[in-house]
Design a protein around this ligand. Structure first.
Ligand SMILES: [Zn+2]
Length: 328
C-alpha cells in the first residue's frame, strides 16, 4: 500500500500492492496447496534476477507462470494475494549455466533483469513482488544455520520463517534500517559526498546504518557528524523505501546545519562539497557529476532539494513528461 502522507510519494520500490495474507502463511500445507493450484501465479527468482517483459505501454511486467511439479522441491515464498484473490508465489531457482557476469550470454538479453535494472519501469504490483521476493531470497541464502546453536535451519510458514532443526527456535527475516539524508546550509546549499571507493564524479547525499539502541533522528545526526564533522540542527522525515541489496530499508530525511566547515572521515569519504542549486544544474549539464540511480531514494531526495527532476535539468524540453510530476 502506497503511503499517502509522505513528502516523497511513489518511491519506486515502495509500491507493493498485494495483500500479504500473513495469517494464511501459518497453515503448514498452504504452499503445497498453492503449488497444486493452476490459478497460482509463480514468479521465479534466479540469483538476484527475475524475468520481465515489456508491455505495449513501455511498462515492464514480471513473466509469471502456472506452478510446475518441480516447484514443490524449490524454496517457495508466499508473497500474497491481489484484489481478485489470486495468489503469488516466488520460487528460488538456479542458473543452469554459470552465474551471470562471466563469458556466457547476458541474461538480460532473455529478459532476466536485476531489480536495479527493472525497478523504475516495473508495474506497481510487480515492483512489490520483485522487491519482496528478492529481500526474502537474500535472507534465506544467508540464514541457513541457527544463530543460537549453529544447527541447520529449514524454511517454514510459507517462506517467512526458518526453524532450527535441533531445538526448534524460529528465526524471522531481518530488515536493516539505514538513514539517508540531505544536509542543507543556511544559504540553501546541499552537501554532497563521494564514498571512499566510488568513481570520480559520483556524488550522493550521506547515508548510514541505524545502530542498535538508536533512533532514526539520532542516526542522522551521528552519521553526518562522523562523515563530515558537521552538527545538524534538526531532521525532517521525507519518506522510505525497502532496499533489498541485500536487506535494507532506507529512511529519508532532510537535515539543516549552520556549520559549513567540513572535516571528512577519509575511511568513509573520498570528498565532500557544498553545491548551490545553480552549481548543481551546471555540474549535471556538463557531466561533471553523476546522480544516484533512478530507483534510489537518494535521487528523489536530491530532486526534492533541487525543485525539479534531474532529467528536466539535462533535457529541459522533456520536463513535462509524466514522471516529472510524480517525482516532485
Ligand atoms: Zn538452534
Amino acid at each position: 500500500m502506497a503511503p499517502t502522507d509522505t513528502t516523497l510519494p511513489d518511491l519506486a520500490l515502495s509500491r507493493s500492492s498485494l495483500d500479504r495474507v500473513a495469517l494464511e502463511r501459518r497453515r503448514p500445507e498452504v504452499l503445497t496447496e498453492l503449488l497444486d493450484d493452476p490459478r497460482t501465479r509463480v514468479a521465479e527468482v534466479r540469483g538476484d534476477r527475475m524475468r520481465v517483459a515489456a508491455a505495449d505501454d513501455d511498462v515492464l511486467h514480471l513473466v509469471l507462470r502456472a506452478p510446475e511439479p518441480e516447484d514443490h522441491t524449490r524454496l517457495g515464498l508466499h508473497l500474497g494475494r491481489d484484489g481478485e484473490g489470486t495468489a503469488y508465489v516466488g520460487v528460488v531457482t538456479q542458473w543452469d549455466d554459470p552465474e551471470p557476469g562471466g563469458d556466457g550470454p547476458d541474461p538480460a538479453d532473455d529478459g532476466w533483469l536485476t531489480l536495479r535494472q527493472a525497478g523504475e519501469a516495473l508495474a506497481t504490483r510487480d515492483a512489490g513482488v520483485f522487491t519482496t521476493a528478492l529481500a526474502l531470497a537474500n535472507w534465506h541464502g544467508t540464514h541457513r544455520f541457527c544463530p543460537r546453536c549453529g544447527a541447520p535451519t529449514q524454511p517454514t510458514q510459507a517462506g517467512w520463517v526458518r526453524r532450527c532443526e535441533r531445538e526448534g527456535s524460529e528465526h524471522y527475516p531481518r530488515t536493516d534500517p539505514a538513514v539517508i539524508m540531505s544536509v542543507v546550509d543556511p544559504d540553501g546549499r546541499l552537501l554532497l559526498g563521494r564514498g571512499a571507493h566510488w568513481p570520480e564524479g559520483r556524488f550522493s547525499v550521506l547515508a548510514g546504518f541505524v545502530e542498535p539502541g538508536e533512533s532514526f533522528e539520532a542516526a542522522v545526526a551521528r552519521e553526518v557528524a562522523e562523515e563530515v564533522g558537521v552538527a545538524v540542527d534538526g531532521a525532517r522525515y521525507l519518506g522510505n523505501q525497502p532496499w533489498p541489496f541485500p536487506s535494507s530499508v532506507m529512511i529519508g530525511f532532510e537535515a539543516t546545519t549552520r556549520q559549513t566547515e567540513l572535516t571528512i572521515d577519509p575511511v568513509e569519504m573520498a570528498e565532500a562539497r557544498w553545491v548551490s542549486r545553480e552549481e548543481y544544474r551546471d555540474l549535471l549539464r556538463s557531466g561533471a557529476i553523476r546522480t544516484p540511480s533512478g530507483i534510489s531514494i537518494a535521487k528523489r531526495i536530491i530532486e526534492h532539494w533541487l525543485g525539479q527532476t534531474v532529467e528536466s535539468v539535462i533535457e529541459p524540453g522533456d520536463s513535462m513528461r509524466p514522471g516529472t510530476a510524480r517525482a516532485l
